[in-house]
Design a binder for this molecule. Sequence first.
Ligand code: FES
Length: 70
Amino acid sequence: MPPSIGIVEDPPLGCSGPLWVRGEITIESEDGTHYEKRNRVTLCRCGASSNKPFCNGSHASIKFNDGILK
Ligand code: FES
């Protein structure tokens, strides 16, 4: 996939989801940790994932809403 970043919204579930990072973009944490480059990865932006920096689906259970979703 070409390098790009998108925002996931899930209107049927009534919640907002992760950042969708595509195209082997380097992911580096605040402490300098580098993660394996992947073609597709989702990053948590709700703060509830127990597997940060990655999304684990917890945004659905807390009904995360970034304000874009009406
Ligand atoms: S965005 Fe999915 S767990 Fe946070």
